[in-house]
Design a protein around this ligand. Structure first.
Ligand code: SF4
Ligand code: SF4
Length: 604
Protein backbone atom coordinates (compact mmCIF):
# COMPACT_ATOMS: atom_id res chain seq x y z
CA UNK A 1 0.00 0.00 0.00
CA UNK A 2 1.32 3.45 -0.90
CA UNK A 3 2.01 5.79 1.99
CA UNK A 4 2.67 9.50 1.91
CA UNK A 5 3.62 12.01 4.59
CA UNK A 6 0.67 14.37 4.83
CA UNK A 7 -0.42 17.21 7.04
CA UNK A 8 -3.54 16.35 9.08
CA UNK A 9 -5.67 18.65 6.92
CA UNK A 10 -4.29 17.06 3.76
CA UNK A 11 -5.04 13.61 5.18
CA UNK A 12 -8.65 14.66 5.78
CA UNK A 13 -8.86 16.10 2.25
CA UNK A 14 -7.48 12.85 0.85
CA UNK A 15 -10.01 10.87 2.88
CA UNK A 16 -12.85 12.99 1.49
CA UNK A 17 -11.75 12.27 -2.09
CA UNK A 18 -11.17 8.56 -1.42
CA UNK A 19 -14.73 8.25 -0.09
CA UNK A 20 -16.18 9.28 -3.44
CA UNK A 21 -17.45 12.61 -2.14
CA UNK A 22 -19.11 14.65 -4.91
CA UNK A 23 -19.40 18.14 -3.44
CA UNK A 24 -16.96 19.79 -1.00
CA UNK A 25 -17.33 23.34 0.27
CA UNK A 26 -15.57 25.55 2.79
CA UNK A 27 -14.76 29.06 3.94
CA UNK A 28 -11.07 29.51 4.82
CA UNK A 29 -10.02 29.82 8.45
CA UNK A 30 -7.07 28.55 10.48
CA UNK A 31 -6.65 25.71 11.39
CA UNK A 32 -8.98 24.26 8.69
CA UNK A 33 -7.96 26.08 5.48
CA UNK A 34 -5.80 23.37 3.90
CA UNK A 35 -8.59 20.77 3.88
CA UNK A 36 -10.35 22.14 0.79
CA UNK A 37 -7.03 22.88 -0.92
CA UNK A 38 -6.12 19.20 -0.42
CA UNK A 39 -9.49 18.13 -1.83
CA UNK A 40 -8.75 20.17 -4.98
CA UNK A 41 -5.25 18.68 -5.27
CA UNK A 42 -6.30 15.05 -4.68
CA UNK A 43 -9.41 15.17 -6.86
CA UNK A 44 -7.12 16.42 -9.64
CA UNK A 45 -4.40 13.84 -8.87
CA UNK A 46 -6.81 10.91 -8.78
CA UNK A 47 -9.07 12.13 -11.57
CA UNK A 48 -12.08 11.97 -9.25
CA UNK A 49 -14.61 14.54 -10.53
CA UNK A 50 -15.99 16.84 -7.82
CA UNK A 51 -17.55 20.23 -7.35
CA UNK A 52 -15.27 22.10 -4.93
CA UNK A 53 -15.93 25.64 -3.79
CA UNK A 54 -14.78 28.38 -1.48
CA UNK A 55 -18.18 29.67 -0.48
CA UNK A 56 -18.69 33.26 0.69
CA UNK A 57 -19.23 32.13 4.27
CA UNK A 58 -19.68 28.99 6.36
CA UNK A 59 -23.48 29.15 6.42
CA UNK A 60 -23.62 29.18 2.63
CA UNK A 61 -20.96 26.46 2.45
CA UNK A 62 -23.02 24.28 4.81
CA UNK A 63 -26.25 24.76 2.87
CA UNK A 64 -24.66 24.05 -0.52
CA UNK A 65 -23.12 20.78 0.70
CA UNK A 66 -26.28 19.81 2.58
CA UNK A 67 -28.49 20.13 -0.50
CA UNK A 68 -26.01 17.98 -2.44
CA UNK A 69 -26.44 15.30 0.23
CA UNK A 70 -30.25 15.51 -0.19
CA UNK A 71 -29.73 14.17 -3.72
CA UNK A 72 -28.05 11.02 -2.40
CA UNK A 73 -24.50 12.08 -3.25
CA UNK A 74 -21.79 12.33 -0.64
CA UNK A 75 -20.92 15.85 0.46
CA UNK A 76 -18.47 17.49 2.87
CA UNK A 77 -18.13 20.94 4.39
CA UNK A 78 -15.11 22.14 6.36
CA UNK A 79 -14.51 25.20 8.51
CA UNK A 80 -12.82 26.44 11.66
CA UNK A 81 -14.72 26.26 14.92
CA UNK A 82 -15.98 29.84 14.96
CA UNK A 83 -17.16 29.29 11.40
CA UNK A 84 -19.62 26.81 12.84
CA UNK A 85 -21.16 29.70 14.78
CA UNK A 86 -21.91 31.29 11.40
CA UNK A 87 -23.27 28.00 10.04
CA UNK A 88 -25.16 27.18 13.24
CA UNK A 89 -28.61 27.87 11.78
CA UNK A 90 -28.53 25.26 8.98
CA UNK A 91 -26.36 23.02 11.20
CA UNK A 92 -28.89 22.77 14.03
CA UNK A 93 -31.84 22.06 11.74
CA UNK A 94 -29.91 19.56 9.64
CA UNK A 95 -29.80 17.24 12.66
CA UNK A 96 -33.60 17.13 12.73
CA UNK A 97 -34.17 16.81 8.98
CA UNK A 98 -31.22 14.49 8.47
CA UNK A 99 -29.40 13.72 5.23
CA UNK A 100 -29.43 11.18 2.40
CA UNK A 101 -25.95 10.88 0.90
CA UNK A 102 -23.19 10.78 3.52
CA UNK A 103 -22.67 14.26 4.93
CA UNK A 104 -19.41 15.13 6.68
CA UNK A 105 -18.90 18.32 8.66
CA UNK A 106 -15.27 19.02 9.60
CA UNK A 107 -15.07 21.65 12.32
CA UNK A 108 -11.45 22.28 13.32
CA UNK A 109 -10.92 23.49 16.88
CA UNK A 110 -8.15 25.72 18.12
CA UNK A 111 -7.43 25.08 21.82
CA UNK A 112 -4.96 27.65 23.03
CA UNK A 113 -6.24 29.49 21.06
CA UNK A 114 -3.54 30.12 18.44
CA UNK A 115 -5.52 32.02 15.81
CA UNK A 116 -9.13 32.32 16.89
CA UNK A 117 -11.37 34.62 18.87
CA UNK A 118 -12.53 31.80 21.18
CA UNK A 119 -11.33 28.30 22.12
CA UNK A 120 -14.83 26.84 21.95
CA UNK A 121 -15.27 23.07 21.64
CA UNK A 122 -17.14 21.97 18.52
CA UNK A 123 -17.95 18.66 20.24
CA UNK A 124 -20.19 20.69 22.53
CA UNK A 125 -21.92 22.05 19.45
CA UNK A 126 -22.41 18.48 18.18
CA UNK A 127 -24.00 17.57 21.52
CA UNK A 128 -26.17 20.72 21.31
CA UNK A 129 -27.36 19.76 17.82
CA UNK A 130 -27.56 16.03 18.74
CA UNK A 131 -25.25 14.69 16.05
CA UNK A 132 -22.30 12.29 16.41
CA UNK A 133 -18.76 13.67 16.57
CA UNK A 134 -15.44 11.91 15.94
CA UNK A 135 -12.30 13.14 17.71
CA UNK A 136 -9.03 12.09 15.99
CA UNK A 137 -5.70 11.90 17.83
CA UNK A 138 -3.43 12.05 14.77
CA UNK A 139 -3.47 12.78 11.01
CA UNK A 140 -3.68 9.06 10.24
CA UNK A 141 -6.63 8.61 12.56
CA UNK A 142 -8.30 11.73 11.11
CA UNK A 143 -8.11 10.15 7.66
CA UNK A 144 -9.39 6.79 8.95
CA UNK A 145 -12.36 8.53 10.54
CA UNK A 146 -13.55 10.08 7.27
CA UNK A 147 -14.97 6.80 5.83
CA UNK A 148 -16.43 5.96 9.25
CA UNK A 149 -18.14 9.35 9.30
CA UNK A 150 -19.64 8.82 5.83
CA UNK A 151 -20.80 5.30 6.79
CA UNK A 152 -22.42 6.45 10.04
CA UNK A 153 -24.01 9.39 8.22
CA UNK A 154 -25.61 7.12 5.62
CA UNK A 155 -26.60 4.42 8.12
CA UNK A 156 -28.37 6.85 10.46
CA UNK A 157 -29.20 9.61 7.92
CA UNK A 158 -27.48 12.18 10.10
CA UNK A 159 -24.76 14.78 9.56
CA UNK A 160 -21.55 13.54 11.23
CA UNK A 161 -18.90 15.86 12.60
CA UNK A 162 -15.16 15.26 12.50
CA UNK A 163 -13.46 17.50 15.05
CA UNK A 164 -9.66 17.74 14.62
CA UNK A 165 -7.71 20.28 16.68
CA UNK A 166 -4.84 22.51 15.54
CA UNK A 167 -2.21 19.94 16.58
CA UNK A 168 -3.85 17.26 14.41
CA UNK A 169 -4.59 19.63 11.50
CA UNK A 170 -1.01 20.84 11.25
CA UNK A 171 0.96 17.74 12.31
CA UNK A 172 2.54 15.55 9.61
CA UNK A 173 2.47 11.77 9.50
CA UNK A 174 2.83 8.95 6.98
CA UNK A 175 -0.69 7.89 5.97
CA UNK A 176 -1.82 5.12 3.63
CA UNK A 177 -3.29 6.24 0.31
CA UNK A 178 -6.23 4.23 -1.01
CA UNK A 179 -7.89 4.25 -4.41
CA UNK A 180 -10.94 6.54 -4.42
CA UNK A 181 -14.34 4.86 -4.40
CA UNK A 182 -15.80 5.33 -7.84
CA UNK A 183 -19.35 4.30 -7.03
CA UNK A 184 -21.24 6.43 -9.54
CA UNK A 185 -24.30 7.98 -7.92
CA UNK A 186 -26.96 9.83 -9.83
CA UNK A 187 -28.37 12.91 -8.15
CA UNK A 188 -31.97 12.14 -7.23
CA UNK A 189 -33.88 14.42 -4.91
CA UNK A 190 -36.99 12.73 -3.54
CA UNK A 191 -39.60 15.30 -2.60
CA UNK A 192 -40.88 14.93 0.96
CA UNK A 193 -42.30 18.24 2.24
CA UNK A 194 -42.98 16.85 5.73
CA UNK A 195 -39.27 16.34 6.06
CA UNK A 196 -37.44 18.83 3.86
CA UNK A 197 -39.86 21.73 4.50
CA UNK A 198 -40.83 20.62 8.00
CA UNK A 199 -43.14 23.17 9.54
CA UNK A 200 -43.40 23.29 13.35
CA UNK A 201 -46.15 20.66 13.46
CA UNK A 202 -43.76 18.08 11.93
CA UNK A 203 -40.70 19.18 13.89
CA UNK A 204 -41.69 17.40 17.09
CA UNK A 205 -41.84 14.07 15.22
CA UNK A 206 -38.51 14.78 13.61
CA UNK A 207 -37.04 15.52 17.05
CA UNK A 208 -38.42 12.20 18.37
CA UNK A 209 -36.86 10.48 15.37
CA UNK A 210 -33.54 12.15 16.09
CA UNK A 211 -33.55 10.95 19.69
CA UNK A 212 -34.25 7.39 18.53
CA UNK A 213 -31.43 7.57 16.01
CA UNK A 214 -29.07 8.73 18.75
CA UNK A 215 -30.12 5.90 21.06
CA UNK A 216 -29.38 3.37 18.31
CA UNK A 217 -26.15 5.11 17.44
CA UNK A 218 -24.94 5.15 21.06
CA UNK A 219 -25.24 1.35 21.08
CA UNK A 220 -23.32 0.95 17.79
CA UNK A 221 -20.25 -1.25 18.51
CA UNK A 222 -18.14 0.99 16.24
CA UNK A 223 -18.46 3.72 18.85
CA UNK A 224 -17.14 1.70 21.79
CA UNK A 225 -13.98 3.30 23.21
CA UNK A 226 -10.72 1.40 22.72
CA UNK A 227 -9.61 -0.32 25.96
CA UNK A 228 -5.98 -0.68 27.08
CA UNK A 229 -5.99 -2.75 30.31
CA UNK A 230 -3.48 -2.05 33.08
CA UNK A 231 -1.69 -4.76 35.10
CA UNK A 232 -3.86 -4.18 38.18
CA UNK A 233 -1.29 -2.08 40.07
CA UNK A 234 -3.83 0.73 40.28
CA UNK A 235 -7.02 -1.18 40.94
CA UNK A 236 -10.44 0.30 40.15
CA UNK A 237 -8.74 3.32 38.54
CA UNK A 238 -8.90 4.38 34.91
CA UNK A 239 -7.89 7.21 32.62
CA UNK A 240 -10.16 8.21 29.72
CA UNK A 241 -8.88 10.52 27.00
CA UNK A 242 -9.84 11.64 23.53
CA UNK A 243 -8.42 13.59 20.59
CA UNK A 244 -4.83 14.76 20.64
CA UNK A 245 -5.05 14.85 24.47
CA UNK A 246 -5.21 11.05 24.24
CA UNK A 247 -1.89 10.90 22.37
CA UNK A 248 -0.20 13.28 24.83
CA UNK A 249 -1.62 11.44 27.85
CA UNK A 250 -0.30 8.08 26.66
CA UNK A 251 3.16 9.58 25.95
CA UNK A 252 3.36 11.20 29.38
CA UNK A 253 2.16 8.02 31.13
CA UNK A 254 5.01 6.22 29.36
CA UNK A 255 7.52 8.81 30.53
CA UNK A 256 6.21 8.46 34.09
CA UNK A 257 6.52 4.66 33.89
CA UNK A 258 2.77 4.28 34.49
CA UNK A 259 1.49 3.28 31.05
CA UNK A 260 0.92 -0.40 31.85
CA UNK A 261 -0.23 0.08 35.43
CA UNK A 262 -3.61 1.67 34.96
CA UNK A 263 -6.65 0.92 32.78
CA UNK A 264 -6.90 3.36 29.87
CA UNK A 265 -9.59 4.15 27.32
CA UNK A 266 -9.45 6.13 24.10
CA UNK A 267 -12.80 7.69 23.23
CA UNK A 268 -12.98 8.22 19.48
CA UNK A 269 -16.64 9.23 19.45
CA UNK A 270 -17.15 11.62 22.39
CA UNK A 271 -20.83 12.12 21.55
CA UNK A 272 -23.03 10.19 21.83
CA UNK A 273 -21.02 8.22 24.34
CA UNK A 274 -21.60 4.50 24.18
CA UNK A 275 -24.28 3.53 26.72
CA UNK A 276 -22.40 0.31 27.64
CA UNK A 277 -19.25 2.28 28.23
CA UNK A 278 -20.97 4.69 30.62
CA UNK A 279 -22.35 1.75 32.61
CA UNK A 280 -18.99 0.01 32.66
CA UNK A 281 -17.17 3.10 34.01
CA UNK A 282 -19.78 3.54 36.75
CA UNK A 283 -19.68 -0.14 37.74
CA UNK A 284 -15.96 -0.92 37.57
CA UNK A 285 -14.08 2.17 38.72
CA UNK A 286 -13.82 4.25 41.86
CA UNK A 287 -11.28 6.71 40.51
CA UNK A 288 -11.62 8.09 36.99
CA UNK A 289 -9.65 10.82 35.23
CA UNK A 290 -10.99 12.34 31.98
CA UNK A 291 -8.56 14.24 29.75
CA UNK A 292 -10.20 16.02 26.80
CA UNK A 293 -10.06 19.32 24.93
CA UNK A 294 -11.60 21.83 25.45
CA UNK A 295 -14.89 21.43 27.34
CA UNK A 296 -16.08 18.53 29.54
CA UNK A 297 -18.11 16.71 26.86
CA UNK A 298 -17.24 13.15 27.94
CA UNK A 299 -17.24 14.13 31.59
CA UNK A 300 -20.75 15.54 31.45
CA UNK A 301 -22.12 12.40 29.83
CA UNK A 302 -20.48 10.22 32.48
CA UNK A 303 -22.27 12.44 35.02
CA UNK A 304 -20.48 11.12 38.06
CA UNK A 305 -19.22 13.33 40.87
CA UNK A 306 -16.28 10.99 41.51
CA UNK A 307 -14.71 11.90 38.18
CA UNK A 308 -11.57 13.98 38.12
CA UNK A 309 -11.46 16.34 35.16
CA UNK A 310 -12.46 19.81 34.15
CA UNK A 311 -15.59 19.99 36.31
CA UNK A 312 -13.61 18.95 39.41
CA UNK A 313 -10.93 21.47 38.30
CA UNK A 314 -8.14 18.88 38.33
CA UNK A 315 -7.77 19.60 34.62
CA UNK A 316 -7.52 23.33 33.80
CA UNK A 317 -10.70 24.68 32.25
CA UNK A 318 -8.92 26.96 29.81
CA UNK A 319 -6.01 26.62 27.42
CA UNK A 320 -4.42 23.87 25.42
CA UNK A 321 -3.64 20.50 27.06
CA UNK A 322 0.05 20.45 26.23
CA UNK A 323 2.20 17.53 27.45
CA UNK A 324 3.44 19.78 30.30
CA UNK A 325 -0.10 20.52 31.47
CA UNK A 326 -1.08 16.85 31.20
CA UNK A 327 2.05 15.78 33.12
CA UNK A 328 1.01 17.99 36.07
CA UNK A 329 -2.54 16.58 35.93
CA UNK A 330 -1.33 12.97 35.87
CA UNK A 331 1.20 13.49 38.68
CA UNK A 332 -1.58 14.95 40.79
CA UNK A 333 -4.15 12.27 39.93
CA UNK A 334 -1.75 9.34 40.37
CA UNK A 335 -0.24 10.74 43.57
CA UNK A 336 3.30 10.73 42.15
CA UNK A 337 6.11 12.89 43.53
CA UNK A 338 6.17 16.23 41.70
CA UNK A 339 8.68 16.12 38.86
CA UNK A 340 10.64 19.18 37.79
CA UNK A 341 8.83 20.97 34.99
CA UNK A 342 10.38 20.53 31.59
CA UNK A 343 8.33 23.39 30.21
CA UNK A 344 10.46 26.16 28.82
CA UNK A 345 9.09 29.66 29.05
CA UNK A 346 8.01 30.87 25.65
CA UNK A 347 10.12 33.85 24.59
CA UNK A 348 8.00 36.96 24.34
CA UNK A 349 8.98 37.66 20.70
CA UNK A 350 7.99 40.68 18.67
CA UNK A 351 4.28 41.42 18.33
CA UNK A 352 2.77 40.53 14.95
CA UNK A 353 2.63 43.41 12.51
CA UNK A 354 1.48 44.11 8.96
CA UNK A 355 4.04 43.23 6.28
CA UNK A 356 6.51 45.82 5.00
CA UNK A 357 4.91 47.65 2.10
CA UNK A 358 1.35 46.53 2.96
CA UNK A 359 -1.22 49.02 1.68
CA UNK A 360 -3.34 48.49 4.81
CA UNK A 361 -0.63 50.20 6.90
CA UNK A 362 -0.92 53.34 4.79
CA UNK A 363 -4.73 53.33 5.11
CA UNK A 364 -4.62 52.84 8.87
CA UNK A 365 -1.98 55.54 9.27
CA UNK A 366 -4.15 57.97 7.31
CA UNK A 367 -7.25 57.05 9.38
CA UNK A 368 -5.59 57.50 12.78
CA UNK A 369 -3.79 60.70 11.74
CA UNK A 370 -6.88 62.25 10.12
CA UNK A 371 -9.27 61.51 12.97
CA UNK A 372 -7.24 61.45 16.20
CA UNK A 373 -10.45 61.38 18.26
CA UNK A 374 -12.35 58.93 16.05
CA UNK A 375 -13.79 55.53 16.96
CA UNK A 376 -12.49 52.70 14.80
CA UNK A 377 -14.39 49.38 14.78
CA UNK A 378 -12.30 46.76 12.97
CA UNK A 379 -12.80 43.25 11.73
CA UNK A 380 -11.22 39.80 11.36
CA UNK A 381 -8.28 39.39 9.01
CA UNK A 382 -4.63 40.40 8.85
CA UNK A 383 -5.88 43.99 8.99
CA UNK A 384 -6.91 43.39 12.61
CA UNK A 385 -3.27 44.45 13.15
CA UNK A 386 -4.44 48.00 12.47
CA UNK A 387 -4.79 48.08 16.26
CA UNK A 388 -0.98 48.51 16.42
CA UNK A 389 -1.44 51.78 14.52
CA UNK A 390 -4.27 52.88 16.83
CA UNK A 391 -6.73 52.62 13.94
CA UNK A 392 -8.68 49.59 15.21
CA UNK A 393 -10.53 49.89 18.53
CA UNK A 394 -12.82 46.85 18.44
CA UNK A 395 -12.60 43.40 16.84
CA UNK A 396 -15.48 41.08 17.56
CA UNK A 397 -16.36 38.55 14.86
CA UNK A 398 -16.58 38.36 11.07
CA UNK A 399 -18.46 41.37 9.71
CA UNK A 400 -19.07 42.98 13.10
CA UNK A 401 -17.04 46.11 12.34
CA UNK A 402 -19.74 47.76 10.21
CA UNK A 403 -22.58 46.78 12.58
CA UNK A 404 -20.61 48.02 15.58
CA UNK A 405 -19.83 51.30 13.79
CA UNK A 406 -23.58 51.77 13.26
CA UNK A 407 -24.26 50.87 16.90
CA UNK A 408 -21.72 53.45 18.10
CA UNK A 409 -23.32 56.08 15.85
CA UNK A 410 -26.87 55.42 17.08
CA UNK A 411 -25.74 55.47 20.72
CA UNK A 412 -23.98 58.83 20.33
CA UNK A 413 -26.48 60.48 17.98
CA UNK A 414 -29.60 59.45 19.89
CA UNK A 415 -31.65 62.51 20.78
CA UNK A 416 -29.60 64.71 18.43
CA UNK A 417 -26.32 64.28 20.33
CA UNK A 418 -22.88 65.06 18.91
CA UNK A 419 -21.27 62.03 17.36
CA UNK A 420 -17.58 61.35 16.77
CA UNK A 421 -16.17 60.32 13.40
CA UNK A 422 -16.60 56.57 13.20
CA UNK A 423 -14.52 54.63 10.69
CA UNK A 424 -15.09 50.88 10.25
CA UNK A 425 -12.48 48.84 8.39
CA UNK A 426 -13.18 45.50 6.76
CA UNK A 427 -11.28 43.30 4.29
CA UNK A 428 -12.59 42.23 0.90
CA UNK A 429 -13.17 38.58 1.81
CA UNK A 430 -14.80 39.51 5.13
CA UNK A 431 -17.03 41.98 3.27
CA UNK A 432 -18.33 39.14 1.09
CA UNK A 433 -18.57 36.86 4.15
CA UNK A 434 -20.81 38.99 6.32
CA UNK A 435 -20.14 42.67 5.70
CA UNK A 436 -22.90 43.02 3.08
CA UNK A 437 -25.94 42.58 5.40
CA UNK A 438 -24.29 44.90 7.93
CA UNK A 439 -23.78 47.56 5.23
CA UNK A 440 -27.39 47.25 4.01
CA UNK A 441 -28.55 47.61 7.59
CA UNK A 442 -26.33 50.61 8.34
CA UNK A 443 -27.46 52.37 5.15
CA UNK A 444 -31.15 51.68 5.71
CA UNK A 445 -30.91 52.77 9.35
CA UNK A 446 -29.26 56.04 8.28
CA UNK A 447 -26.04 55.52 10.24
CA UNK A 448 -23.54 58.27 9.56
CA UNK A 449 -20.36 56.27 9.43
CA UNK A 450 -17.36 55.81 7.17
CA UNK A 451 -16.64 52.27 5.96
CA UNK A 452 -13.21 51.59 4.48
CA UNK A 453 -13.12 48.31 2.55
CA UNK A 454 -9.50 47.20 2.45
CA UNK A 455 -9.36 45.34 -0.84
CA UNK A 456 -6.10 43.42 -1.19
CA UNK A 457 -7.57 41.11 -3.84
CA UNK A 458 -7.24 37.91 -1.82
CA UNK A 459 -8.01 36.19 1.48
CA UNK A 460 -4.50 36.87 2.72
CA UNK A 461 -4.45 35.63 6.29
CA UNK A 462 -5.57 32.09 5.52
CA UNK A 463 -3.39 31.40 2.49
CA UNK A 464 -4.60 33.54 -0.41
CA UNK A 465 -7.86 31.89 -1.32
CA UNK A 466 -9.78 33.72 -4.08
CA UNK A 467 -12.64 36.11 -3.33
CA UNK A 468 -15.72 36.32 -5.60
CA UNK A 469 -14.36 39.55 -7.14
CA UNK A 470 -11.39 37.72 -8.67
CA UNK A 471 -13.50 35.60 -11.02
CA UNK A 472 -11.62 32.42 -10.13
CA UNK A 473 -12.91 29.26 -8.39
CA UNK A 474 -11.20 27.02 -5.82
CA UNK A 475 -10.12 24.74 -8.69
CA UNK A 476 -8.61 27.66 -10.58
CA UNK A 477 -11.33 27.84 -13.24
CA UNK A 478 -12.62 31.17 -14.50
CA UNK A 479 -15.92 32.31 -13.03
CA UNK A 480 -18.13 35.38 -13.16
CA UNK A 481 -16.57 38.13 -11.01
CA UNK A 482 -18.80 39.88 -8.48
CA UNK A 483 -17.59 43.43 -7.88
CA UNK A 484 -17.52 45.02 -4.44
CA UNK A 485 -18.40 48.44 -5.88
CA UNK A 486 -21.63 47.02 -7.40
CA UNK A 487 -22.62 45.46 -4.09
CA UNK A 488 -21.92 48.70 -2.23
CA UNK A 489 -24.07 50.68 -4.65
CA UNK A 490 -26.86 48.11 -4.39
CA UNK A 491 -26.73 48.40 -0.59
CA UNK A 492 -28.19 51.91 -0.73
CA UNK A 493 -24.89 53.78 -0.31
CA UNK A 494 -24.59 57.05 -2.27
CA UNK A 495 -21.06 58.12 -1.24
CA UNK A 496 -18.69 55.59 -2.83
CA UNK A 497 -15.08 56.35 -3.72
CA UNK A 498 -12.24 54.11 -4.80
CA UNK A 499 -8.78 55.08 -3.65
CA UNK A 500 -5.10 54.22 -3.65
CA UNK A 501 -4.27 54.00 0.05
CA UNK A 502 -0.51 54.35 -0.64
CA UNK A 503 -1.11 58.01 -1.42
CA UNK A 504 -1.59 58.95 2.24
CA UNK A 505 -2.30 62.65 1.65
CA UNK A 506 -4.92 62.06 -1.04
CA UNK A 507 -6.45 59.23 1.03
CA UNK A 508 -6.59 61.50 4.04
CA UNK A 509 -8.39 64.14 1.95
CA UNK A 510 -10.91 61.54 0.84
CA UNK A 511 -11.53 60.54 4.46
CA UNK A 512 -12.27 64.19 5.29
CA UNK A 513 -14.68 64.36 2.31
CA UNK A 514 -16.40 61.25 3.61
CA UNK A 515 -16.69 62.78 7.08
CA UNK A 516 -18.24 65.94 5.61
CA UNK A 517 -20.72 63.80 3.70
CA UNK A 518 -21.66 61.87 6.87
CA UNK A 519 -22.36 65.15 8.66
CA UNK A 520 -24.21 66.81 5.75
CA UNK A 521 -28.00 67.27 5.79
CA UNK A 522 -28.69 64.20 3.64
CA UNK A 523 -25.59 62.27 4.77
CA UNK A 524 -25.41 58.57 5.60
CA UNK A 525 -22.91 55.79 5.14
CA UNK A 526 -19.79 56.76 3.18
CA UNK A 527 -17.78 53.92 1.66
CA UNK A 528 -14.18 54.08 0.45
CA UNK A 529 -12.70 51.05 -1.28
CA UNK A 530 -8.96 51.15 -0.65
CA UNK A 531 -7.35 48.89 -3.23
CA UNK A 532 -3.81 47.62 -2.75
CA UNK A 533 -2.95 44.04 -3.75
CA UNK A 534 -1.37 41.95 -0.99
CA UNK A 535 2.43 42.24 -1.22
CA UNK A 536 2.71 38.47 -0.73
CA UNK A 537 0.26 37.57 -3.50
CA UNK A 538 1.40 36.66 -7.00
CA UNK A 539 0.15 39.95 -8.38
CA UNK A 540 2.47 41.92 -6.04
CA UNK A 541 2.40 45.70 -5.75
CA UNK A 542 1.15 47.50 -8.83
CA UNK A 543 2.80 50.86 -8.20
CA UNK A 544 6.13 52.32 -9.24
CA UNK A 545 8.78 51.40 -6.64
CA UNK A 546 10.06 54.26 -4.51
CA UNK A 547 13.32 53.57 -2.71
CA UNK A 548 13.89 55.56 0.47
CA UNK A 549 16.80 56.31 2.80
CA UNK A 550 17.24 57.89 6.20
CA UNK A 551 19.40 60.99 6.55
CA UNK A 552 21.53 62.33 9.38
CA UNK A 553 18.51 64.44 10.39
CA UNK A 554 17.00 61.43 12.20
CA UNK A 555 16.69 62.44 15.85
CA UNK A 556 15.86 58.93 17.05
CA UNK A 557 12.39 60.02 18.20
CA UNK A 558 11.00 56.57 17.20
CA UNK A 559 7.80 58.10 15.79
CA UNK A 560 8.16 55.97 12.63
CA UNK A 561 8.65 52.80 14.70
CA UNK A 562 5.90 53.37 17.23
CA UNK A 563 3.17 54.94 15.07
CA UNK A 564 3.91 53.39 11.68
CA UNK A 565 5.64 50.12 12.53
CA UNK A 566 6.95 49.08 9.13
CA UNK A 567 9.19 46.04 9.79
CA UNK A 568 11.71 47.40 7.27
CA UNK A 569 12.40 50.33 9.61
CA UNK A 570 14.84 49.08 12.24
CA UNK A 571 16.33 50.63 15.34
CA UNK A 572 20.12 50.91 15.33
CA UNK A 573 21.43 50.74 18.90
CA UNK A 574 24.88 51.86 17.73
CA UNK A 575 23.76 55.16 16.20
CA UNK A 576 20.65 55.70 18.30
CA UNK A 577 18.80 56.25 15.03
CA UNK A 578 16.54 54.35 12.68
CA UNK A 579 17.83 52.54 9.61
CA UNK A 580 16.18 50.74 6.70
CA UNK A 581 16.50 47.03 6.04
CA UNK A 582 16.75 47.10 2.26
CA UNK A 583 16.10 43.34 2.16
CA UNK A 584 12.71 43.81 3.83
CA UNK A 585 11.74 47.13 2.20
CA UNK A 586 9.10 46.90 -0.55
CA UNK A 587 9.82 50.43 -1.72
CA UNK A 588 6.24 51.56 -1.24
CA UNK A 589 7.44 55.04 -0.27
CA UNK A 590 4.70 55.54 2.31
CA UNK A 591 7.11 56.22 5.17
CA UNK A 592 8.16 59.45 3.41
CA UNK A 593 5.21 61.21 5.07
CA UNK A 594 5.76 59.75 8.52
CA UNK A 595 8.91 61.39 9.89
CA UNK A 596 8.27 64.71 11.69
CA UNK A 597 11.77 65.96 10.79
CA UNK A 598 11.60 64.71 7.18
CA UNK A 599 14.61 62.48 7.80
CA UNK A 600 13.14 59.80 5.54
CA UNK A 601 13.77 60.90 1.97
CA UNK A 602 13.33 59.50 -1.51
CA UNK A 603 16.39 57.82 -2.99
CA UNK A 604 17.02 59.61 -6.24
S1 SF4 B 1 13.35 58.46 10.94
FE1 SF4 B 1 12.19 60.21 11.64
S2 SF4 B 1 10.46 59.37 12.76
FE2 SF4 B 1 11.95 57.72 12.55
S3 SF4 B 1 13.15 57.86 14.44
FE3 SF4 B 1 14.22 59.08 12.89
S4 SF4 B 1 13.44 61.15 13.23
FE4 SF4 B 1 12.01 59.78 14.28
S1 SF4 C 1 9.36 52.34 1.69
FE1 SF4 C 1 9.22 52.73 3.89
S2 SF4 C 1 7.14 52.06 4.44
FE2 SF4 C 1 7.57 51.18 2.42
S3 SF4 C 1 8.37 49.15 2.89
FE3 SF4 C 1 10.16 50.52 2.72
S4 SF4 C 1 10.56 51.21 4.81
FE4 SF4 C 1 8.49 50.32 4.80
Amino acid sequence: MTQRVLMGNEAIGRGIVECGCSVATSYPGTPASEILEAVVAFSRETGHPMHVEWSVNEKVAYEVALAASYTGKRAAVSMKQVGLNVASDPFMRSAYLGVKGGFLLVSADDPGPHSSQTEQDSRFFAMFAKIPVLDPASPREAKEMVPLAFELSEAYELPVMLRPTTRVCHARQAVPLLTPEWEARTARFEKDPKRWCATPRFVLDLHRGLTKKLDRLAADPRLTPAFFPGDGTLARTCIIASGVAFAHTWDVLDELGMAGKVDRYQVKVPYPLSADFIERVHAEYERVLVVEETYPVIEMQLADRRIAGRISRLVPNEGELTPEVIRAVLVNFLGLPPSPSTASARPAGARPTLCAGCGHRAAFYAISQTFPRGIFPGDIGCYTLGMNLEAVDTVHCMGAGISQAAGFYHAYAQGGGEFPTIVATIGDSTFFHSGIPALVNAASQKARIIVVILDNATTAMTGHQPTPQLGRTASGEESRPVFIRDLVRASGVSFLKEADSYDVEAFSGLLRDADRYCRSADGGVAVIIASSPCVLADSGPTRTPQAVRITEDCTGCRECLDMFECPALVWDEGTGRVGISQAACHQCGVCLVVCPTQAIVAES
